[in-house]
Design a protein around this ligand. Sequence first.
Ligand code: DNO
Length: 347
Amino acid sequence: MKLSFRWYGLNDSIPLTYLKQIPNMYSVVTSVYDKKPGEIWDKESLLKLKAEAEKHGLAMEVIESIPVSEDIKMGSPKRDEHIAAFRKNLALCGEVGVKCVCYNFMPVFDWLRTNMHHDNPDFSNSLSYSADDFAKVDPKNLHLPGWDESYSPEELQNLLKTYQNISHEQLFDNLVYFLNSIMDICDQYDINMAIHPDDPPWDVFGLPRIICSEESIDKMLAAVPNKHNGLTLCTGSLGAGKHNDVPHMAEKYAKQNRVFFAHLRNVLYTDDKDSFVEVGHYSNAGSLDMFQIVKNLVDNGFDGYVRPDHGRNIFGENEKPGYGLYDRALGCAYINGLFEAAEKMKK
Ligand code: DNO
């Protein structure tokens, strides 16, 4: 596996020297952050990011994300223009040596939580989702942790209204249309497209979500059988749904060579509804068997990119929720250990 770490570019408060000090660190996972979905990036920005990573002994082989615009997801009249921009951005990535692009196809909201600073018994805090708190949210007057700055109230209401007329089938067809329009660029530059599953993996506010389960992933892979069409196996996103058997999915999709990127993190179910808290990576800290997931990846030939995912705020750190240094660095050490054990057992 190729260990990687999310890096928010030149403005990230965590220096690349620190990332390089994490044993086995190979690549940054980054993006161009000053362009909106649907806009064309410039090669200079990518080259600057790459030069900075390389100066610190790190590769830049993963982009997370090239954002997919709502027009593409909704299939609106602007979609082809936005797809043309996406194709251009993908080609730029290919030209600078990017091998894997993580993206998602979730309408309006990428991830959703009800608390960005949930207090844990170990005096850390982390992201959490409470089914009871979510039930109290008024979709007509939405204030969501982490999303309040992204849309004005009117924009949000308009988007939610437009999606009322878009079924799961329609959204799925729009995903297939999008993928079929970019696969030639992926073939040309050998770039793997790794869709991020919906987080959490169920519909929210009546918005359709289509990458939530084994069945939906099977359908997506079958609809676009190109070898560059695959997955980000985000264990925390899929694992938040009790309907998902994540070790099984790791085995199945690694065997099919469709896992290009793995986001490894653990979640703890906190009730018999859908509530969960993001915990440390260690299996016993949460509800997922992280060793079995890694073992199933390794046993089935996975050699893609891996990154630790959301960490808790620990050791007095108060970073962007999920993206502090310390707990993700602990996660890396643990992930290295899991892979080393699984790889030695395989021999
Ligand atoms: C959250 C991330 C997601 C992910 C996107 C990919 O922390 O895992 O925001 O980057 O869904 O497009």
